[in-house]
Design a protein around this ligand. Structure first.
Ligand code: SF4
Length: 475
């Protein structure tokens, strides 16, 4: 004992003495979040068999060789999938509200030997045989972004924050895009609202923002900031930084998840963003990057190298995921995603319960799934790397913490939220119908029954809300 100190009742080993571990150390080979796909993995795809690393890392090559229709998919993937799969894609493509655009990078990460179940294929390539009928209460712009837009492409919903949709194109098109009403080119099913990248339209937005002293926080999105030219990043960033009321700017892009090489090879773009971030820092204003990874397979050694560049430049990156069936609705997958993001210095910020989007009912989960996964995720890493699971309340209630519903009827799949600081009223979210019992599914096919289920849910939510308000008053 003379070689040891006693501290808080525990022996402290002297220098050189072995440390007594309280629990067994983890086998490093099980730390999967650090094991990133590396090497020339894209050469598994027939069309990229002879593509060297320099070419694959060139963002202009990625953009030029992106897959935009089923024929191009066939030319790239060739005999890795049977002909019947291409026919399924062609039919899915015809029915989809979003156009098709998949980067060679993403295409190379799909396991084509299990194409139907692959989590990346599910997000980007529609197949008709897996589609489900839309929920009857689903609309194209379910978040009412256009209704809350005082000028085209600027949604002002929260008191101090606005969403600025600066353009309507993206490096890839996600099947599940909330903004399928505007993003991408017209499809057979949807004629898009135009949100072109014009300075004339932006000018109106800058004027509105300057006339609203309460606005402090602007999300620059679209579409996708990756598609902005370097000079456009500079223009938008500087115009916003020069407004005295603006304190925070977020550039939103899915780019790091779907084409990370741009951060390595488009030096002009990353330089422009860095300059805005640094200018903001000198003005004591925060400029950050918000990105959108959904599955751990989207994060490779290329992603890590790209995000290292972003981190070295002092740019904070946060992630917003969308919870999707067959993609990331398992506890192990979500935990791995969160740990892998942290490994790349990306802060997991939100996981959204899938919005009520047309044509992707096969991707939506129940609210219960979100609540269960959130419970399992909390505690696996630091709190500031633990995402909040939210429902973006249909009808413009804004983001509500998933488990903060006033009422959730798991039988009918209706959950009801209130948003007292955003908008009066009750906001309803609906579980996918195919997850409900057969007799309840039948009720959803009868309009009068739909109304009855909704009225009952709202009545129950109202009763719960008033009961909890009364209880708070008593306390
Ligand atoms: S990148 Fe974002 S805006 Fe573009 S299609 Fe995907 S979800 Fe929609």
């Amino acid at each position: 004992m003379d070689t040891q100190l006693k501290l808080l009742g525990r022996d402290v080993p002297a220098a050189g003495e072995p440390i007594k571990h309280l629990k067994p150390s983890v086998d490093p080979s099980t730390l999967f979040h650090r094991q990133l796909l590396d090497g020339t993995f894209w050469q598994r795809i027939p069309a990229y068999r002879h593509v060297d690393e320099a070419t694959f890392l060139d963002h202009t090559w990625q953009a030029k060789n992106s897959i935009t229709n089923p024929q191009k998919l066939l030319q790239a993937v060739q005999d890795l999938v049977p002909q019947s799969f291409y026919e399924d894609v062609a039919e899915g493509f015809k029915r989809a509200p979003m156009s098709l655009r998949v980067s060679p990078y993403l295409l190379s990460l799909i396991d084509w030997s299990d194409a139907y179940n692959d989590p990346l294929r599910r997000q980007f390539v529609p197949v008709a045989s897996r589609l489900l009928p839309d929920h009857p209460k689903l609309t194209l712009d379910s978040l009412h972004e256009q209704a809350d837009a005082p000028v085209p492409g600027l949604t002002h919903r929260y008191p101090d924050k606005a969403l600025f949709l600066v353009l309507d194109t993206c490096p890839v098109y996600c099947r599940f895009c909330t903004r399928s009403y505007a993003v991408g080119i017209d499809t057979e099913n949807v004629e898009k609202v135009s949100l072109k990248a014009t300075e004339e339209r932006w000018e109106k937005a800058f004027r509105y923002i300057s006339e609203r002293p309460e606005l402090e926080d602007i999300v620059v999105s679209g579409g996708d900031s990756y598609q902005l030219k370097a000079r456009q990043i500079t223009l938008i960033g500087n115009r916003l930084l020069e407004l005295p009321n603006i304190r925070r700017i977020r550039f939103a892009t899915k780019g790091p998840a779907v084409m990370p090489m741009k951060l390595l090879t488009d030096v002009e773009w990353i330089d422009a963003l860095t300059a805005v971030v640094e200018r903001g820092r000198k003005l004591h204003k925060e400029v950050v990057l918000h990105t959108h990874f959904n599955h751990p397979n989207e994060i490779t050694a290329i992603t890590k190298r790209a995000l290292d560049v972003v981190f070295e430049r002092g740019i904070i990156t946060r992630n917003q995921s969308v919870l999707q069936r067959g993609v990331n609705d398992g506890i192990v997958t979500m935990q791995l995603l969160i740990k892998r993001l942290g490994h790349c210095q990306v802060q997991p910020y939100y996981v959204y319960v899938h919005d009520l989007v047309k044509g992707v009912e096969d991707l939506r989960t129940t609210l219960q799934t979100a609540c269960d996964i959130e419970k399992a995720v909390r505690g696996v890493t630091a709190g500031f790397h633990t995402p909040t699971f939210v429902v973006d309340a249909p009808g413009g209630g804004g983001k509500r913490v998933a488990h903060s519903f006033e009422h959730y009827d798991r039988t009918t799949g209706i959950s009801v939220y209130t948003a007292p600081s955003v908008k009066p009223g009750y906001f309803l979210y609906y579980d996918p119908i195919d997850t409900l019992a057969p007799d309840v599914q039948a009720r959803w096919h009868v309009p009068a029954e739909q109304d009855r289920m909704i009225e009952d849910a709202i009545a129950q939510a109202r009763a719960n809300y008033h009961a909890s308000a009364r209880a708070s008053a008593v306390r």
